[in-house]
Design a protein around this ligand. Structure first.
Ligand SMILES: *Cc1c(COP(=O)(O)O)cnc(C)c1O
Length: 375
C-alpha cells in the first residue's frame, strides 16, 4: 500500500553526509564539547541568516523563551500576553518565570493572534507580548509593534515554527526585542535531538541571555544571577550548520508543496490558513480546516497518510493551567480550530506524486461522504 509520512531525515543529510560524519567523529575525539568554536560558528551563521546582531544557542525552544523572559526581568506580578491556540511551551515558559500568562483568541482566518483582542487584554501590568508565527505564517508585526511602543511593553517572537519566514522582507525573529527558535527534530531546521536559539539586536539582552544560559556566570567562578544550565550542544551546532545552508531552498520547496495542495483541493469543502501578499510563509505545517475533521483524519490514516492534529486541546482547556481560571467558550476561535484543523504531510522532498496521492485520499473521503448522504 502506498504511504506518505511526515518526516524524512535521510533526505535532510544529503548530499554531503560523509563529510558531516567525518567532522562529527573528529569532534568526538577532540573533546571540545561545550560552547566550542562549532557553537560560535552556528551562532554567527544563524544571526546573519536572520539579519540579527546576536544569536545565543540553548537547550531547546522552551528554554529560549524562558531565558529571554528572565533576561528581560519578567517575573511574579507581571503579565505576558499570548494566544490561546499556541503550543504548550509558549505558555509554560511564561508561567515558569512566575509571571501571569494572559491569553487572547486567535484570528479565524490567519490562525494567528487576534490583534484587536490584544488591545483589550493590555493592563498596567502588561510587560510583554509573545506573538507566535504559527504553522510557519509570519504574524503581521507592524500593528503589534506600534501598540507595544505606545503602551510601553516588549515584543518577544515565538518563531519556533517559522525559521526563515519573512514579513515585509524581514525575517521573523529579528523584529521584536528577541526571537526564539526551536530545532526540535520536527521543525523546519532540525537538530538530532533537542536544541534552540535566541536572536536579538539588543546588546544588553544578548549579554544577559549569555549569563542566564550558563548558571548566571559573568566570568570564571563569578555568578551574578541564578541561571540555568542550557547551552546548545557542539555536535548539534555542527549538524545545524550543515543544514542551515539549505534552509531557504527547503522552505521554497515547502511553499511549492503547499501550492500544489491548494490547487489539488480547490473544490471540496475544506479551507486553508489565509495567505497574505506581504509574507513568505514557510509551511512548518500545512493545515486544512474541515467540519468533519475526526472522520477525515481516520479515513486518511486508514489510507496510509500520516496526518495529525496540531493541537487538539487549546491552552485554556489543559489541566496544567486549570488554576488560571480559564473556561470553555472563553476563546471560541481557538476551540473551533482545535476541533477543525488537521495537518497533511509536508516536507521539502515530497513529490507531485506524493501530493497527488494525499490529495486523492482527501477527495475520496468527500466522494464517500456524498455517496453516503445520497443513499
Ligand atoms: C516547538 C515549539 C516550542 C518549543 O520548542 P522545544 O524545542 O520543543 O522546546 C515553542 N513554541 C512553539 C510554537 C513550538 O512549536
Amino acid at each position: 500500500m502506498r504511504q506518505c509520512s511526515r518526516y524524512n531525515y535521510r533526505a535532510q543529510f544529503q548530499p554531503s553526509f560523509d563529510m558531516l560524519l567525518k567532522d562529527l567523529s573528529a569532534m568526538l575525539l577532540a573533546g571540545d564539547y561545550v560552547l566550542s568554536s562549532h557553537v560560535d560558528e552556528f551562532e554567527r551563521n544563524f544571526a546573519s541568516f536572520n539579519g540579527s546582531a546576536y544569536c545565543l544557542g540553548v537547550n531547546s525552544g522552551t528554554d529560549a523563551l524562558l531565558i529571554v523572559l528572565r533576561s528581560l526581568g519578567i517575573g511574579p506580578g507581571d503579565e505576558v500576553i499570548t494566544q490561546a491556540n499556541t503550543f504548550h511551551a509558549t505558555v509554560a515558559a511564561i508561567a515558569l518565570t512566575g509571571a501571569t500568562p494572559v491569553l487572547v483568541d486567535a484570528d479565524d482566518e490567519s490562525f494567528l493572534i487576534d490583534s484587536t483582542a490584544v488591545l483589550a487584554a493590555i493592563t498596567r501590568r502588561t510587560r510583554a507580548i509573545i506573538p507566535v508565527h504559527l504553522f510557519g505564517k509570519p504574524t503581521p508585526m507592524r500593528e503589534i509593534l506600534a501598540v507595544s511602543h505606545k503602551k510601553d511593553f516588549l515584543v518577544v517572537e515565538d518563531a519556533a515554527q517559522a525559521h526563515g519566514a519573512r514579513i515585509n522582507g524581514r525575517r521573523v525573529g529579528s523584529l521584536g526585542i528577541a526571537g526564539c527558535f526551536s530545532f526540535h527534530p520536527s521543525k523546519n531546521l532540525a537538530a538530532a535531538g533537542d536544541a534552540g536559539a535566541i536572536v536579538t539586536n539588543d546588546a544588553t539582552v544578548a549579554r544577559k541571555v549569555e549569563q542566564i544560559r550558563a548558571l548566571g556566570q559573568r566570568g570564571p567562578n563569578e555568578h551574578v544571577a541564578v541561571g540555568y544550565n542550557s547551552k546548545l550542544d557542539s555536535l548539534q551546532a555542527r549538524i545545524l550548520s550543515h543544514k542551515l545552508a539549505r534552509l531557504d531552498d527547503w522552505n521554497a520547496q515547502r511553499r511549492r508543496v503547499a501550492a500544489h495542495y491548494r490547487d489539488a483541493l480547490v473544490d471540496i469543502p475544506v479551507s486553508f490558513q489565509r495567505q497574505d501578499a506581504d509574507e513568505e510563509h514557510v509551511y512548518h505545517l500545512f493545515q486544512i480546516r474541515c467540519e468533519w475533521r475526526d472522520d477525515l483524519l481516520a479515513h486518511l490514516k486508514r489510507s496510509g497518510v500520516d496526518a495529525v492534529v496540531r493541537y487538539p486541546v487549546p491552552i485554556h482547556l489543559q489541566p496544567a493551567f486549570q488554576h488560571q481560571g480559564w473556561s470553555r467558550g472563553q476563546f471560541p476561535v481557538a476551540e473551533r480550530l482545535a476541533n477543525e484543523l488537521l495537518c497533511l504531510p509536508i516536507r521539502p522532498d515530497l513529490t507531485e506524486g506524493d501530493v497527488g496521492f494525499v490529495s486523492d485520499c482527501v477527495r475520496s473521503f468527500f466522494d464517500h461522504a456524498i455517496a453516503r448522504r445520497g443513499a
